[in-house]
Design a protein around this ligand. Structure first.
Ligand SMILES: Nc1nc2c(c(=O)[nH]1)N[C@H]1C(S)=C(S)[C@@H](COP(=O)(O)OP(=O)(O)OC[C@H]3O[C@@H](n4cnc5c(=O)[nH]c(N)nc54)[C@H](O)[C@@H]3O)O[C@H]1N2
Ligand SMILES: Nc1nc2c(c(=O)[nH]1)N[C@H]1C(S)=C(S)[C@@H](COP(=O)(O)OP(=O)(O)OC[C@H]3O[C@@H](n4cnc5c(=O)[nH]c(N)nc54)[C@H](O)[C@@H]3O)O[C@H]1N2
Ligand code: SF4
Ligand SMILES: [Mo]
Length: 672
């Protein structure tokens, strides 16, 4: 029996490999539970894998197989001939902590550039910013145990039944045990999650801040705020109230297009539940007002003293090791141990820790991935190394991205052939879950050791080994002398000593184990300047749209489907892309189920097959994971507009127009 963590979502289920995959009953965080996705992992593990390094100097040439030495030689030559600022590295929350640490050390410490980011920029950057602003540090304040004794769960912008199924199941179990447990879902779509809720708040997309501000208005107006808690532990209350007074329920209900009564009901839940947990994900994070959306929800917890035994604002992590990546500071501003390149003491600590010259680490954060795309197009970045992510499908504003991927010298390090490979110059085959050893941190801060149960195919190597061997080739062997992943862990853990994410006392043998106490802020003292948590005014900004296009996930597929798409069982019912449309909108437009409509944004248009369903009027939903082969890559429509603080792109609100041909002639016939 070999233990590992599920390679899919951030719930981080502890699993066991024994010919087949099953749940690990002894895992402290998830206790043996799992969903369908990892069950089919053995079937897809070896299908369509990258087996050998592939290289071509020019993109119009065919790839040829090369050995690793040649690959490292090419990399060395490119890296040494370019300035640090001309290089860029794009990592992933699906890598293991050891992989992320070694890559980050090489790039920030030795190549001396902060030009490194991760796909968490599209995922958790907003939640990280909001946690840091409100509490002074990243990290969800509660643990999964808190789901077992809360009596109210508010899901905002989360389709957890599909995307964090084991957490949702756990909450349904709680509801079975205790009848008066309430589940609320705030989502423009009547999702499968919403169908199981006691109350579904079907608001207009993008209006969450108005809703949460209005709840705070009522809490304040009725005297339901927790004055004692605020007095002792919170700053910024007055300014925040001043802003929220602009959102009486009469106003907010119009903005959100919901009944006033629902806002009152929500205010009562925040005021009187015994223990309330707000769970949120991309409906709040992937927004041009994402940080304010997050903060306005956290405000409700601070105003009612809902922390620890009374509740928690619990951001659901998307990817299996985004938490580990955050601990290792893998975004363009981060350093290991929740450190930041902008702080001198953090830089000098890491410089001494890595044994490099003081002043090696740059004090300015590098550009984010969407900014880097622009810099590639401007010719300022010339080399891009993509690891464990598929930007040719998942970045917004893809036409621009494709142009950049064509232009740049592109290295793709992946386990499978993916769409980004088609743009590459150099492809490096990576070992994946089960073929390498390493640690991942789940949503509730539990670290799981993932052991090896299968050999990597042909020449595929663990990601950290690739970075280590390149570092050696570049002459840094002294600093990268790791023999096993455990050596990497033994080093990286020491960088967290004394920090909120302290794992310095952990070792492989003790895992799985949660870091920190059950509650991160048990003593209600916060790592802010004043030691108090902070509330922030969160104004709502209106955006017009003819139709609002929301993008997101399907139930059984994982993003761009490089693994789950190879399982017939998981593909069932999700074989093709679609556009979910409100039934009445469909009637008005004369569109029937199965018709194709054209979705138009400026000069881009995409034909999508309509499904009619319970999405809010004038809203549409399309899954984003279908790649180039489907000719319906949804991110061709989304824009790279970002939240000003977190720089996370808006992927949930694109104003689109629809073109519907006379349905007696289906588009196929019209087009021939
Ligand atoms: N099956 C499956 N599970 C996954 C993944 C997967 O690919 N497949 N990916 C994982 C990853 S990396 C992530 S980040 C998570 C994402 O998990 P979720 O965030 O739960 O998934 P999404 O489908 O992106 O979006 C969630 C919901 O946000 C709603 N929404 C859109 N706009 C708004 C808004 O303005 N306000 C509110 N309140 N809601 C809005 C959408 O209608 C949608 O139902 O899933 C993880 N789990
Ligand atoms: N329109 C729209 N776009 C979105 C989103 C959205 O909601 N709407 N969501 C965004 C979010 S939250 C996320 S997280 C991203 C996800 O976007 P991506 O990360 O780009 O999508 P994945 O398909 O998960 O890509 C992971 C890649 O890693 C490879 N891989 C798996 N294991 C390993 C390994 O061990 N090593 C290496 N080197 N490779 C490996 C897989 O084969 C795959 O190619 O998409 C973002 N884009
Ligand atoms: S809930 Fe998430 S972590 Fe757990 S088995 Fe399903 S996909 Fe994997
Ligand atoms: Mo994500």
């Amino acid at each position: 029996m070999v233990p590992f963590q599920c390679p899919y979502c951030g719930v981080g289920c502890g699993l066991l490999w024994e010919e087949r995959v099953r749940g690990d009953k002894n895992h402290p965080a998830t206790k043996g539970d799992l969903c369908k996705k990892p069950v089919y992992y053995p079937k897809v593990m070896k299908k369509g894998r990258l087996l050998k390094p592939l290289y071509r100097e020019k993109k119009n040439q065919p790839f040829r197989e090369v050995d690793w030495q040649t690959a490292y030689k090419v990399l060395k030559q490119k890296i040494e001939n370019l300035h640090g600022e001309e290089l860029y590295f794009y990592l992933s929350g699906q890598l293991m902590t050891e992989d992320i640490y070694v890559a980050n050390k090489l790039v920030k410490g030795f190549l001396k550039t902060n030009n490194i980011d991760a796909n968490s920029r599209l995922c958790m950057a907003t939640a990280v910013s909001a946690y840091k602003l409100a509490f002074g540090s990243d990290g969800p304040p509660c643990s999964y145990e808190d789901l077992d004794d809360a009596d109210c769960f508010v899901f905002a912008g989360s389709n957890a039944l599909w995307t964090h199924p084991v957490i949702f199941k756990r909450i349904l179990k709680r509801k079975l045990e205790k009848e008066d447990v309430k589940i609320v879902v705030i989502d423009p779509i009547r999702t499968e999650t919403a169908k199981r809720a006691d109350m579904h708040v079907q608001l207009r997309a993008g209006t969450d801040t108005a809703l949460f501000n209005s709840i705070l208005y009522i809490l304040y107006d009725k005297g339901w705020v927790n004055k004692e808690f605020i007095g002792n532990y919170v700053e910024g209350f007055e300014e925040t109230i001043e802003e929220c007074l602009k959102y009486p329920p009469t106003v907010a209900s119009r903005i959100c297009q919901i009944e006033e009564e629902q806002i009152y009901k929500l205010a009562e839940l925040y005021a009187f539940s015994k223990k309330l947990i707000s769970l949120w994900c991309q409906g709040l994070n992937q927004s041009s007002q994402g940080v304010n959306k997050n903060l306005s929800l956290i405000n409700l917890h601070l105003a009612t003293g809902r922390l620890n035994e009374r509740g928690c604002p619990f951001s659901l992590t998307g990817q299996p090791n985004a938490m580990g990546g955050r601990e290792m500071g893998y975004l363009s501003n981060g350093l290991p141990g929740y450190r930041d390149v902008r702080r001198e003491e953090d830089r000098t600590f890491m410089e001494d820790f890595w044994g490099i010259e003081r002043g090696s680490i740059k004090p300015q954060p590098g550009p984010t991935i969407t900014e880097a795309i622009d810099l590639i197009l401007k010719g300022e970045i010339k080399f891009l190394w993509v690891v464990c992510t598929n930007p040719a499908v998942t970045l917004p504003n893809l036409r621009k991205v494709w142009e950049a991927l064509e232009k740049v010298f592109l290295v793709v390090q992946d386990a499978y052939w993916n769409d980004t490979c088609t743009f590459a110059n150099l492809i490096l085959p990576a070992a994946q879950m089960g073929e390498k050893e390493g640690v991942m941190t789940a949503s509730d801060r539990t670290l799981t050791l993932c052991k090896k149960f299968s050999e990597p195919p042909e020449e595929a190597k663990p990601d950290w080994v690739i970075f280590k061997e390149l570092a050696e080739y570049l002459g840094y062997e002294k600093y990268f002398s790791y023999k096993r992943s455990e050596d990497v862990f033994e080093e990286l853990k020491l960088s967290t000593k004394g920090k909120l994410c302290d794992i310095s006392g952990f070792n492989y043998q003790q895992l799985p184990r949660r870091r920190g106490k059950r509650w991160l802020y048990e003593e209600l003292s916060f790592p802010t300047d004043s030691g108090k948590a902070k509330m922030f005014p969160t104004p709502y900004e209106h955006k017009d749209a003819d139709f609002i296009l929301i993008t997101g996930r399907t139930k059984n597929q994982w993003h761009t489907m490089t693994r789950t798409g190879k399982s017939e069982e998981l593909l069932k019912g999700e074989e093709e892309p679609y556009l979910l449309m409100n039934e009445e909108d469909g009637r008005n437009l004369g569109v029937l189920e199965g018709d194709f409509v054209e979705v138009i944004v400026s000069d881009v248009s995409l034909k999508l097959k309509v499904r009619l369903g319970q999405v809010k009027r004038k809203h549409l939903f399309a899954p984003f994971g279908y790649g180039l082969a489907y000719d319906a890559v949804v991110n061709a429509l989304t824009k790279d507009v970002c939240d000003p603080v977190s720089k996370q792109p808006e992927l949930k609100f694109t104003s689109v127009n629809l073109r519907v041909r006379d349905r007696r002639l289906s588009l196929y016939e019209v087009e021939g």
